[in-house]
Write a protein that binds this ligand. Structure first.
Ligand code: FAD
Length: 416
């Protein structure tokens, strides 16, 4: 694309997005965006025009991350308006999320290794002055690097960054500022409304050259200037000879966990921030429903008030649409007590949860599981057909899954 002034941005003016954590708000944003998911998105998606101009991207990620609205719904709405080829780029981006979720599920040591490294690095911040100074400047937006400082502040203020800004930011963090990628990933997880263990950790590793081994992402001044339409043209030196990071750790692939069938009788449904609309996939409503929050577990430092309010609001909204008696919503770290009490109150012996993918929800649930089972309750972790179809193809690079997209869309009944 040439000539910034000729750029066809018909309705790019003034389209900020308000991230309201309800299904109605997510569906309204989808409705507003979907007519642009074809050629418009294909041609313009790489432009970061600033927080007030989001017409060229969907900005649906906070709702999709919590499955307030699902990938499948987004794809269905897209294909109702566009042919698969016209919306090819947008469809692929949605499948990037499915790819990362499935890949991390099969490489859990990446998440465990990241958490262990993060603990060490947070301790280093107490003793290493150079690291502490650099980290502070990067996270309050005082490095002196135009663009980078603005994105740092934008992230904290809005809870969202454009994909291209995330890539530039991560690249500058790693290769120009020479800060550990794990601290950057944690900064994102604390502030992104869409903060997701799979998409975030694996994207940071992708930029660093650890996901696609030997291939790192370089942020260039000309690229930043072009795709921000000259809002930013950093004068600061940006690392030019970048060397992809390497690691000693080997991350073996493990088999995908199996999915459980729904119990015969009545059950308590656990609603978590990983899948707020799981109730809609069940053939019958739960007897009762309990909301469980783990957003504070996304980082050892906790998450921002904005992040926690979005997750809380999303689960709260989902509870009212689940079709069962609402027992309550808890953010306690130990889930066994609230689950046992809720099952007793509802008078049921079966617990249903949407299979929690790798991350804090899965960790908290795994910690509570033993006690729940010792009390004689049966757990059924149900998995969406969408995940069961996509995840097995997320074993190597994205390309292998990309080739399967037409078949996947057919499998889930979205194209003929
Ligand atoms: C360093 C870094 C960290 C990231 N961290 C996260 C994260 O924590 N959570 C998160 O959801 N995304 C993350 N992404 C991916 C991507 O930047 C966001 O999903 C996207 O910017 C969200 O904006 P949007 O909804 O307007 O996307 P659109 O371009 O409108 O895409 C539609 C949807 O597809 C999915 N998607 C799009 N691009 C990607 C991608 N590259 N990877 C995975 N899914 C994608 C999202 O669900 C998104 O809502 C990260 C990317 C980078 C480079």
């Amino acid at each position: 694309m040439s000539g910034q002034q000729n750029l066809p941005l018909p309705d790019a003016q003034n389209e900020p997005v308000r991230f309201v954590p309800t299904r109605a708000a997510g569906l309204a944003r989808l409705d507003r965006f979907v007519s642009r998911a074809g050629r418009h998105y294909t041609g313009l998606r790489n432009y970061d025009l600033g927080p007030d101009q989001r017409s060229n991207v969907s900005a649906l990620s906070p709702w999709i991350r919590h499955r307030v609205i699902t990938e499948e719904e987004v794809l269905r709405a897209t294909l109702a308006r566009h042919s698969p080829s016209a919306a090819d780029k947008f469809i692929q981006e949605v499948f990037w999320r499915s790819y990362f979720k499935g890949w991390l599920e099969q490489h859990p040591s990446v998440w465990a290794g990241y958490l262990a490294d993060l603990d060490d690095l947070l301790a280093d911040l107490e003793s290493d002055d150079w690291l502490a100074k650099g980290y502070r400047a990067a996270t309050v937006g005082e490095t002196g690097i135009e663009g980078f400082d603005d994105w740092s502040r934008e992230l904290v203020e809005t809870g969202y960054l454009h994909n291209h800004a995330r890539m530039w930011f991560a690249s500058i963090w790693i290769f120009t500022l020479r800060l550990p990628w794990q601290l950057g990933a944690d900064f994102f997880l604390r502030h992104l409304l869409d903060g997701d263990p799979a998409s975030n950790t694996l994207s940071w590793r992708w930029v660093a050259g650890l996901h696609t081994k030997g291939k790192a992402y370089q942020a260039r001044v000309s690229n930043i200037a072009k795709y921000t339409r000259e809002r930013f043209r950093p004068k600061h030196y940006l690392a030019s000879e970048i060397r992809p990071l390497e690691e000693d750790a080997h991350h073996p692939r493990v088999p995908l966990p199996g999915a459980d069938p729904l119990p015969e009788g009545s059950f308590l449904l656990l609603l978590t921030e990983d899948d707020c609309s799981i109730a809609q996939t069940l053939p019958r409503p739960p007897a009762a429903v309990l909301g469980l929050l783990a957003s504070n577990g996304r980082s050892p430092l906790g998450v921002s008030a904005k992040v926690s309010e979005f997750a809380h609001g999303a689960v709260d909204d989902a509870l009212s649409q689940s079709g069962g008696d609402i027992i309550g919503l808890t953010g306690e770290a130990d889930w066994s007590g609230p689950i046992l009490r809720a099952a007793a109150q509802a008078g049921v012996r079966s617990i249903v949860i949407g299979h929690p993918p790798i991350g804090p929800v899965a960790t908290r649930f795994a910690q509570a599981r033993g006690e729940i089972e010792r009390a004689g309750l049966r757990i059924h972790a149900v998995r969406r057909d969408y995940d069961s179809a996509a995840w097995p193809h997320a074993t190597r690079g994205f390309f292998a899954l990309k080739k399967k997209i037409p078949a996947l869309l057919r499998d889930i009944g979205l194209s003929g």
